[in-house]
Design a protein around this ligand. Structure first.
Ligand code: F0G
Length: 375
């Protein structure tokens, strides 16, 4: 290896491969990867866990169900470092909070935001506070927030009330709000749209996405627009947002006081980014619809048993929604369903939905086991 090539590898982060040839550059995290597109400067201390660069996975079993040559892709964002798309927003929000001199951050959360905020805040040396609806945060998420070192404040109320509290506290005390009303969150999250365009060579025809506080749909739209305006893609997708039927303020057109759904991540009655999301629907010629808990759980199960993809229930709302519109999707169109969170976040729902496949109390003998196998 010459000095010049060693130096180049050092500068570009390239590692020599086993046969001595160059390998591709290791993923540097999304702030470094998309630096020109993000509001960061030389002085921004980048707090990263190398989030982003998640798979866009073809889904043949879903394609068979939709038919007519429609191509379905899953953006598997549950493969981010803390298991959800929130990491994309949090690398930005925490880096910018740190740059501004903050020493503590706060969020309201149905679970994933608190896990991501805690991980990034602690990595950056900041305190993390999370206000959550007591009893309505999936076990894996609560476990993460606690282990990462968040101070978790569980209220006898729902997410909307938690968000109102955190907004008040952030106004009065030296804690930075890192919910999706923090504009840096959406800046980070828009990079998922960049990755989708890079993987497909253009934007998809349709994008299906779950909506809770409605930040992510707004972030994707921003990303698709920025790439299109820069000439990096030709088209813009029809943006389809889905809510659980017991928590569907954007479908109903008014806030819901007591939101309910098995998909606790999107158990939100008064989305902070509601106006933005409605503008996305209008500008993209998009659609919003609600999906029942039964439809969500059916899609959740199909994803796992037919595609080998374990997402959390809220994420499956995007696929349940795509099924709902199956006849309206143009033939041969490309559809991306965003899978926002990892299934391991919510083991309780997975176990509750699958008791029938768990055969217990078997004698520790081959005959007893084979009898149940039915071979
Ligand atoms: N999917 C998952 C897995 C989520 O955790 C969330 C939001 C959404 C979808 C909806 O995204 O709010 O941008 O429309 N979770 C937030 C939280 C509210 O606190 O973790 P959105």
């Amino acid at each position: 290896m010459t000095l010049a090539s060693s130096l180049k590898r050092l500068l570009t982060g390239q590692k020599p491969s086993r046969d001595g040839g160059p390998t591709s550059r290791p993923w540097p995290g999304l702030v470094e990867q998309y630096r020109p597109w993000l509001p960061v400067g030389d002085g921004t201390p980048v707090v990263t866990l190398l989030e982003g660069n998640t798979p866009l996975l073809r889904a043949p079993a879903l394609e068979k169900r939709v038919g007519r040559g429609v191509q379905v892709f899953l953006k598997v964002d549950g493969l981010n470092p803390t298991g959800s798309f929130k990491d994309r927003g949090m690398t930005m929000a925490i880096s910018k909070a740190k740059e501004a001199g903050a020493t503590a951050v706060i969020c309201a959360s149905t679970g994933n935001t608190s896990a991501a905020a805690a991980a990034y805040a602690r990595r950056g040396g900041l305190r993390a506070f999370a206000v959550i609806p007591d009893g309505y945060v999936a076990k894996g998420k609560l476990a993460q927030a606690l282990l990462y070192g968040a101070e978790v404040l569980a209220i006898q109320g729902n997410f909307d009330q938690a968000l109102a509290i955190t907004q008040k506290l952030a106004e009065r005390y030296p804690v930075t709000l890192v919910n999706s009303i923090n504009p840096y969150r959406l800046q980070g999250q828009k990079t998922a749209a960049f990755e989708v365009v890079q993987a497909l060579g253009d934007a998809p025809d349709w994008l299906c996405i779950p909506m809770g506080n409605a930040g992510n749909i707004s972030a994707y739209w921003m990303g698709f627009q920025e790439y299109r305006n820069a000439g990096l893609s030709k088209m813009l997708p029809v943006m389809c947002g889905f809510q659980a039927s017991g928590s569907a303020p954007l479908v109903l057109g008014h806030p819901v006081d007591n939101p309910t759904t098995v998909a606790t991540a999107i158990r939100i009655g008064n989305p902070a980014n509601g106006e933005k999301a409605l503008a996305v629907r209008k500008e993209s010629g998009g659609r919003f619809a609600s999906v029942s808990d039964g439809e969500i759980l059916a899609a959740y199960q199909v994803l796992a048993t037919e595609e080998g993809v374990f997402c959390e229930p809220a994420s499956a709302a995007s696929v349940a929604g795509m099924f709902k519109y199956a006849t309206e999707i143009p033939s041969e169109a490309r559809v991306v369903c965003v899978l926002t969170g990892n299934g391991l976040k919510d083991p309780t729902t997975a176990l509750d939905a699958n008791h029938a496949n768990l055969h217990r109390n078997l004698a520790p003998e081959a005959e007893a086991v084979v009898q149940v196998m039915g071979l």
